[in-house]
Design a binder for this molecule. Structure first.
Ligand code: GLA
Length: 694
């Protein structure tokens, strides 16, 4: 989020002047509204007052709208301002909602984001839809969408202009007129952004529009859902429950794993503020936009659902794959999001990237997400008791991605693939016995493989059920040519509750296999006592790696296993150019140029396979001169999960520092750069002359 600080700065500079002008023009919100108390969080009273709040003119919400998180579409994540955002797209999405069953699944709002208007208002101060994009105006689009039984949303900013640099008109100072125009067009939903806000108090700006929307919507008899988009800057969860139906809690999401996970982590702790008619909004979905794997998109969709987040599809459904439809259309997952109790799931535990999040459901069951943030398969476990279920003989455990039910004696546990989420719905019902027992299929080893060299893998099938797992067998498959051989039994006649079948495997990739990631699959099949067949599958990744050569090697030239970076890709032998690979400059720290090294951007981690044969890492580290005086970072070197060297906070004013670490015997070496504790603005960090000695 590098654009947010500059917005804030701009706002501060012009803020006081603009406030004075607006106040002089009589645009301040009525004091009674500004002082309206928020309704008590998650009390029955809050829900009961829905629809009757007009008795108190100071409290406008809840009003019976958005009793479950809004679901629909918004074009921003797929098109931004590009020309493909137009009437044809919006109508196309509405058609698809109906044709592909998404409307049946609950998707309702078709929302326009920024760039729908012309930059200038007309002579009467009215907004003008861009005639290239919307030749028939917005009302025609609303009519089309309404005829399909769907709803239309629109966007503007609580500022003088919207966020796009082209400078489309914002509604600050035009709230009544703009809200009236939206209402007359037939708009059902407003996303109200925060750009160019002139430093006017956020609460005041958002309340003014709330009141304008109420008046406008009453004048046409059409309710309007009000989405506050001030990026969580003024903690709207603390004051917006009677202002809007939902509020953004974070900056903008982008289509990457890092962005999605960081937003999730900011939104999770806000659970207690969410409820019917007042939702935390961790931003729109990226599912289907191409920057994450389908496993990662399933995690995104699972976690947004367990957080009772608005589900606004952000990909162009006209081009979506069957996998994207399968994710977005998963009704069992949507039911978690849309549960009428309206609780946001809470983090029960988080440890080394293994997360358990549980959500109380109206029928007394619990939705449980076992989320694996790490890059390797992990066993993640909780219990029926820990998620809040009453004591019972057995429980039904429904896997919401596999669409299968199992019984469990109380253990809720799964080995979850890298970046995956197992999403379950667990209930203390009396029908548990009709389902086969749940098993956990786990694995350890063979993550790093040198071609032609034997490694070992251990698999483990554990019965979690109240009933026994019968005729258990396990198999391991992989790419053709790989030798995958069990060196201990692969079958068991019967496993009782808590018992395991443990199998050792020898894994050999053929000599000459190119370095990279290869898929292995563990599969176990078994029968319930009644004879029903069940199975469990665990996808695994083996990384074929090459041991580094003896002697000194430039790390800028060696292959790495993984590389994560705050902006753009990690660069070899140049600085970090932020956007695409190869856009950096010569690595330069304090006027000295380094021909070799790595150019990264905090937060960053680059991991190398060292195979136990190396001794030392050395580098000249610092913030690259290309950011002038900006940027503060810390450099760290890790060996097999242990920090073995680090700098203090380095600034751009400092010359390069020598950093060296003893990595004797380590199989993995990781070069880490953190943001120095002040956010990652301008954190262009260089590992000048980084060298590995083996
Ligand atoms: C801001 C919002 C985004 C999007 C853009 C449009 O960045 O947070 O969701 O609406 O503006 O310009």
């Amino acid at each position: 989020m590098r654009h947010l600080p500059s917005r804030t700065t701009r706002r501060r500079v012009v803020g006081s002047l603009a406030t004075a002008l607006l106040c002089a023009a009589g645009l301040a919100a009525p004091a009674s509204a500004a002082a309206a108390p928020a309704p008590p969080a998650s009390s029955a009273a809050t829900r009961d007052t829905a629809g009757s709040s007009s008795a108190d003119p100071g409290v406008r919400l809840p009003d019976g709208l958005a009793l479950t998180p809004p679901m629909g579409f918004n074009n921003w994540n797929s098109t931004h301002c590009r020309a493909e955002f137009d009437e044809a797209m919006v109508k196309g999405i509405a058609d698809i909602f109906v044709e592909k069953g998404l409307k049946d699944a609950g998707y309702q709002y078709v929302n326009l984001d920024d760039c729908w208007a012309l930059p200038a208002r007309d002579a009467n101060g009215k907004l003008v839809p861009d005639p290239k994009r919307f030749p028939n105006g917005i009302k025609a689009v609303a009519d089309y969408v309404h005829a399909k039984g769907l709803k239309l949303g629109i966007y503007t900013s609580a500022g003088t202009k919207t966020c796009n640099p082209a400078g489309f008109p914002g509604a600050l100072g035009h709230e009544r007129s703009d809200a009236q125009q939206f209402a007359e067009w037939g708009v059902d939903y407003l996303k109200y952004d925060n750009c160019n806000n002139q430093g006017v108090d956020a609460k005041q700006r958002y309340i003014t529009m709330r009141d304008a929307l109420k008046a406008a919507s009453e004048s046409v008899g059409r309710p309007i859902v009000y989405s506050i988009c001030e990026w969580g800057e003024n903690k709207p969860w603390e004051w917006a429950a009677d202002v809007g139906h939902l509020w953004r809690t974070t900056g903008d999401i982008s289509d990457s794993w890092g962005s999605m996970v960081s937003i999730m982590k900011q939104n999770l702790p806000l659970a207690k503020y969410a409820g019917p008619g007042r939702w935390n909004d961790p931003d729109m979905l990226e599912v289907g936009n191409g920057g994450m794997s389908d496993t990662e998109y399933r995690t995104h969709f699972s976690m947004w659902s367990i957080m009772a987040a608005p589900l606004l599809i952000g990909s162009d459904l006209r081009k979506a794959t069957p996998e994207t439809y399968e994710i977005l259309g998963n009704k069992e997952v949507i039911a978690v999001d849309q549960d009428p109790l309206g609780k946001q799931g809470e983090v029960l535990s988080t440890q080394n990237g293994r997360w358990v999040v549980a959500k109380e459901m109206k029928d007394g069951s619990r939705a449980v997400a076992l989320f694996n943030e790490t890059g390797t398969a992990q066993s993640i476990a909780t219990t029926a008791k820990a998620v809040g279920l009453p004591a019972a003989d057995g429980y039904t455990l429904r896997d919401l991605w596999q669409h299968k039910s199992y019984n469990t004696a109380g253990a809720i546990s799964a080995t979850v693939p890298a970046h995956g989420t197992v999403l379950l719905r667990v209930s203390a019902d009396d029908k548990w016995a009709k389902n086969p027992p749940a098993v956990e299929l786990g694995a350890d080893g063979a993550a790093l493989v040198e071609a032609g060299k034997r490694t070992t893998l251990t698999s483990k099938v554990t019965d979690l059920g109240r009933t026994a797992a019968k005729n258990v067998s396990v198999a391991l498959t992989g790419p053709s040519g790989w030798r995958l051989k069990a060196t201990s039994p692969t079958t068991a006649k019967s496993l009782r509750t808590g018992q395991s079948l443990t199998t050792s495997w020898s894994v050999t990739a053929p000599a000459g296999t190119a370095p990279g990631k290869y898929d292995l699959t563990l599969k176990s099949t078994y029968r319930s006592p009644q004879g029903a067949r069940a199975e469990s599958v665990l996808p695994l990744t083996a990384d074929v790696v090459v041991a580094p050569p003896a002697g000194s090697s430039a790390l800028g030239d060696l292959p790495w296993i993984t590389a994560t970076n705050g902006w753009g890709p990690v660069e070899r032998n140049t600085s970090n150019g932020e956007n695409v690979g190869g856009d950096g400059n010569p690595i330069t720290i304090g006027g000295t140029v380094y021909a070799k090294g790595l150019g990264v951007h905090a937060d960053s981690a680059v991991e190398y396979y060292t195979g136990g044969t190396c001794e030392k890492v050395t580098a000249q580290v610092g913030v690259d001169d290309e950011k002038l005086l900006k940027g503060t970072v810390v450099f760290e070197i890790w060996a097999d999960g242990k920090k073995v060297a680090s700098t203090g906070v380095l600034t751009n004013a400092m010359p390069a520092q020598e950093l060296s670490a003893d990595v004797t015997g380590a199989r993995l070496v990781r070069l880490v750069v953190t943001d120095g504790g002040d956010g990652n603005d301008s954190d262009h960090a260089d590992w000048g002359d980084a060298t590995l000695s083996c």
